[in-house]
Design a protein around this ligand. Structure first.
Ligand SMILES: [Zn+2]
Length: 412
C-alpha cells in the first residue's frame, strides 16, 4: 500500500497559462498615481531595416500595442495614464521626458522589445539608469515589474541579473532614462529578433498578456506602499541659522487605516536626511513617526536643499522630493563704501555707493534681504540693486546745500 500525496503534475515553464485577466483588489492602490507610458520608437517606418524582426515586423508597433493594453489595465484600476505617443510618429527622447514631466507624472515606464544577432536569444530584461543608488525608487518599480513580466511571458531564457544597468549598453546610459525627471525604467520585454517571438509580438492577445504582467508588477509596487516625508519645520525661510529640521514620516501603509503596531512600518536604518547632498546625523523616532536634525553649526545664509530617504517594510522607497530651506539671518552690520570722500554741492554730481550687509556672525546676508537707503541731503537716484555676497550698489546725487551728508540704511 502506498501513501503520500499525489504527484505534482508539473507543466513546462514555457506553456502559457490560460488568459485570466482580473484587476486584483490590491491594484486599487494604483489609483493616486499618474503614470507615463512611453512606447519606444515610432515615425520611422519608411526606413526598411529599422528595428524590424526577421519578417519585417516593426518594434514600434509592438511597443505601442503593449502600451494601449497596459493603459486599459491601469485605467481599470483607477490610475491616470499619459502616453508619450499614441500613433506612429517621431518623438525625441527629450520630448518624451518633457511630456511626462509637464503632465506631472509620478513615474515613467518605457516599453521596448529587444534584438540580438543570435535568433535563439529571448529573455526579458528591465533597465535602470547607471547604478541602483541613482534612483532607488526606480529600482523598486523595476523589481516588481521584472517578475511580473517573467511570469507573464514565460520565455525560455532568464537573464542572470534580470535588472540591468543601461551603462552596459552606453557609457552614459539610455538617453530617455537620463532625461527622465522622475523614477523611470525601460523594459526590453522580449526579443523580436527571435522568429517565434516576432510572430507572437504581432498578436494583440500576446501584447495584452505582456501588458498584464507589467500591470501586476505596477500594482504590487503600489500595494507595497510608497513612503513619504513631509517637512514640518522650519518654515521655508528661517531667521535662525541652526534651525531644528523636523519631518513627519509616512510609511504609505498605515495611512490606509489598518491596525498598525503604533509605529512607522519602516526600517529605521533606512531613514536619512541630506542637506545639499550631504548626509547629516538625523534622528528617527518611529513611534512619533518623525525624523529630526539639530545642526550643531550654523548653516550659511542662502538656499539649502533638503532630501529625506526612507524605506518602508515592503522595502519601497519614497518618490524623490527636494524641499528648499532658506537661511536668512537678520542683518546686524551695514557698511558704506564710497569711491570718493566728497562730491560738489552742485545738485548734479552723483556717485555709486556700495553697501555691505552682514549678520551677527559677520557672514553676508541672504540675497533676498530687503534694504532701504535714505540720505538727509541730496537724493538717492537708484535704489540698491540685488544683493550679491551681501553687497549692493545704489546711486547718490548731491544736493545744493554744502556740508556732511548722513546716509541711513535699514535691512531685514
Ligand atoms: Zn527599442
Amino acid at each position: 500500500m502506498s501513501c503520500g500525496s499525489p504527484r505534482l503534475a508539473l507543466r513546462e515553464w514555457t506553456d502559457l497559462p490560460r488568459e485570466h485577466y482580473t484587476i486584483p483588489p490590491y491594484a486599487q492602490h494604483l489609483a493616486p498615481f499618474k503614470i507615463a507610458l512611453d512606447p519606444g520608437h515610432g515615425g520611422l517606418s519608411h526606413l526598411p531595416g529599422y528595428k524590424r524582426g526577421p519578417t519585417g515586423k516593426e518594434e514600434a508597433v509592438m511597443n505601442l500595442n503593449v502600451a494601449f493594453a497596459l493603459k486599459e489595465f491601469l485605467e481599470a484600476a483607477g490610475a491616470t495614464v499619459v502616453l508619450t505617443r499614441s500613433d506612429d510618429r517621431l518623438v525625441s527622447l527629450q520630448e518624451r521626458a518633457t511630456i511626462a514631466e509637464r503632465a506631472g507624472c509620478d513615474l515613467m515606464i518605457s516599453l521596448h522589445h529587444n534584438a540580438a544577432e543570435n535568433p535563439q536569444v529571448n529573455y526579458a530584461s528591465v533597465y535602470y539608469h547607471l547604478y541602483p543608488d541613482y534612483s532607488p525608487a526606480s529600482m523598486d518599480l523595476g523589481r516588481h515589474i521584472y517578475f511580473g513580466l517573467v511570469e507573464a511571458l514565460r520565455l525560455p531564457q532568464v537573464a542572470n541579473e534580470g535588472l540591468l544597468s543601461d551603462k552596459m549598453i552606453y557609457p552614459d546610459g539610455f538617453g530617455l532614462l537620463r532625461a527622465a525627471r522622475m523614477p523611470a525604467i525601460l523594459l526590453e520585454s522580449s526579443f523580436f529578433s527571435n522568429p517565434r517571438e516576432e510572430k507572437r509580438l504581432t498578436n494583440l492577445r500576446y501584447n495584452r498578456r505582456e501588458a498584464y504582467g507589467i500591470f501586476l508588477g505596477l500594482a504590487r509596487w503600489a500595494a507595497s506602499g510608497i513612503p513619504r516625508a513631509q517637512l514640518v519645520q522650519p518654515n521655508a525661510v528661517s531667521r535662525d541659522k541652526k534651525p531644528e529640521v523636523v519631518y513627519q514620516l509616512f510609511d504609505g501603509i498605515t495611512e490606509r487605516g489598518g491596525r498598525g503596531v503604533g509605529q512607522l512600518l519602516a526600517y529605521a536604518q533606512s531613514a536619512s536626511l541630506k542637506i545639499n547632498g550631504q548626509a547629516v546625523p538625523a534622528q528617527i523616532d518611529l513611534k512619533r513617526k518623525r525624523l529630526s536634525y539639530q545642526p550643531d553649526s550654523s548653516l550659511h545664509n542662502g538656499k539649502h536643499l533638503l532630501q529625506v530617504d526612507l524605506q518602508n517594510m515592503f522595502k519601497n522607497h519614497n518618490l524623490p522630493r527636494v524641499d528648499t530651506l532658506i537661511i536668512a539671518a537678520p542683518t546686524q552690520f551695514i557698511t558704506f563704501e564710497t569711491p570718493a570722500p566728497k562730491l560738489p554741492a552742485d545738485g548734479v554730481a552723483a556717485m555709486p555707493i556700495t553697501l555691505t550687509l552682514c549678520d551677527a556672525e559677520n557672514e553676508p546676508v541672504w540675497k533676498g534681504t530687503s534694504v532701504i537707503v535714505q540720505a538727509d541731503k541730496g537724493r538717492i537716484i537708484s535704489e540698491p540693486n540685488s544683493l550679491q555676497d551681501g553687497r549692493a550698489t545704489f546711486y547718490y546725487q548731491a544736493g545744493t546745500e554744502p556740508g556732511p551728508v548722513n546716509l541711513f540704511a535699514s535691512a531685514d
